[in-house]
Design a protein around this ligand. Structure first.
Ligand code: F0G
Length: 456
């Protein structure tokens, strides 16, 4: 059989809002032309994020019921710890309520003024948590990683040469940790190869710098290694995952992605001295060491989610669905970041709407129009999210202007994907009508969440 199917059937359904185009025009106007501020009642297909939006399995819901809500020493924690140890093979497992809590605790303990943290590309909360403690987040993506039109297998890779030069020029004493984000979310959900993880580790080892993975989408990354990297064609996913983690000294995870659950995160590491300090911070800010800000039932859902996410049939349908969506758009000529990544499709807004300059937010204009067209919510990842200004107030363009359609796991059917593609293609066919935009309000940090816009 050639037809790819979802390796599950649907047991519970949730109605989605169906709206008219004139409703949507009003809704987005009321939301100041920012899809982030739309109410979910106004959204038919929500591709704002793949984070915490997973449909849980019947086994996970059953496990939730079996959660042991003991404050300390809960058996649900030990199940969780066991599963995380199973794939990370790390000694110390510290639960947190989501990824950014793991980041906050880590950088409160090992960061500080003057410290520098390299990564292939930092996710925005990682960058935020680094900057809040006075450290600097440094992105060192490989060259093809910032070229949306170039097709390559592992565009999420770290630029190894740049990393070594960076360490040599800045001095290893200022670098408490090096990170690697798998898959590279801000770079298009692109995978990092095993060779690149290994080489990053070699450089880190040479200068005695610990390597931490930001491993939100570790299973998706492993699937790409299996598909694309020579020598891994016949390796079971769990073995690829374990090898990936074997090069790392620690990891932070938002388990809202490849934990196949609606909340959760962790820090995993081997350094017991650091672990002790992290746990003190955890107790003061998140919760006791056997729940870390989560209900124990959430730990149950995660323990089961970590098993399900490494199922190869699941990963094939997951990555296959993202590719199916991307192919529908490519066939219609829509410019994408290619190849499609692990958790979503990223439109290349600069080629989609070349008549709108980056400082006039082409990605935002597309996101607003796609919402009006089909009630589909997506997310600008470009000049709104990363744009900065020089001292004369001139806009500094980020490397790319993208529009992300992040696909929730196990949530949408093939016809939902076809509907979404139709909305995008409709907007693409009348792209000359897209209009430049300006900000009417922006917060001093992380402005994309609450920004307000108008047309110029
Ligand atoms: N690291 C990466 C690579 C992420 O993608 C995210 C979240 C985080 C850390 C933070 O985790 O949300 O649990 O605190 N990404 C979401 C997204 C929000 O939409 O890409 P969190």
């Amino acid at each position: 059989m050639k037809t790819l199917i979802e390796p599950f059937k649907i047991k519970a359904v949730e109605a989605i809002p169906i709206t008219t185009k004139s409703d949507r025009e009003q809704f987005i106007k009321d939301a100041f032309l920012n899809p982030f501020t739309l109410k979910s009642d106004a959204i038919t297909i929500d591709m704002l994020t793949d984070s915490g939006t997973t449909a849980m399995s019947s086994k996970q819901w059953a496990a939730v019921m079996d959660g042991d809500e003991s404050y300390a020493g809960s058996r649900s924690y030990y199940k969780f710890e066991n599963e995380v140890k199973n794939f990370t093979r790390m000694a110390e497992i510290i639960p947190t309520h989501q990824g950014r809590a793991a980041e906050r605790i880590l950088f409160n303990v090992i960061g500080g003024p003057g410290k520098l943290i390299p990564n292939n590309t930092h996710f925005d909360t990682t960058r935020g948590n680094i900057e809040i403690v006075g450290s600097t987040a440094v992105d060192l993506p490989c060259e093809v990683g910032t070229k949306p039109e170039v097709i390559a297998d592992f565009k999420g890779n770290m630029d190894i040469e740049a990393l070594e030069n960076f360490i040599k020029t800045t001095g290893r004493e200022n670098i408490p940790v090096c990170m690697l984000t798998i898959t590279n979310n801000s770079g298009g959900g692109q995978p990092v190869s095993m060779a690149n993880i290994r080489e990053t580790k070699e450089v880190c080892k040479k200068y005695d710098i610990p390597l931490f993975l930001d491993c939100c989408r570790f299973a998706e990354n492993a699937y790409f290694i299996k598909q694309r990297e020579k020598g891994y064609e016949n390796t079971p996913i769990i073995d690829i995952v374990r090898e990936m983690f074997s090069y790392a000294d620690g990891a932070t995870m938002s388990s809202k992605k490849d934990g196949l659950s609606n909340t959760g995160g962790f820090i995993a590491l081997n350094n017991t001295e650091w672990a002790e300090k992290l746990r003190i911070n955890l107790i003061a800010t998140e919760g006791f060491i056997t729940y870390g800000g989560l209900a124990r039932r959430d730990l149950e859902a995660l323990a089961q989610g970590f098993i399900e996410v490494m199922d190869e049939n699941y990963l094939q349908s997951r990555i296959g669905q993202v590719k199916f969506f991307g192919d529908l758009l490519l066939q219609a000529g829509v410019p994408l970041l290619e190849p499609t990544g692990g958790h979503g499709v990223y439109l290349d807004a600069r080629r989609f709407a070349p008549h709108i300059k980056p400082e006039h937010f082409p990605g935002q204009a597309i996101a607003v129009e796609v919402y009006k067209e089909g009630g589909v919510r997506c997310c600008e990842i470009g000049s709104v999210m990363f744009g900065k200004y020089d001292e004369n107030g001139n806009h500094i363009n980020p490397p790319m202007d993208l529009v992300r359609f992040a696909i929730p796991r196990r949530v949408y059917t093939k016809s939902h994907i076809e509907y979404t593609a139709e909305a995008v293609i409709e907007v693409f066919n009348r792209r000359n009508e897209l209009r430049p935009m300006k900000l009417t309000y922006q917060a001093p940090v992380l402005r994309h969440f609450t920004a307000r816009f108008d047309y110029i």
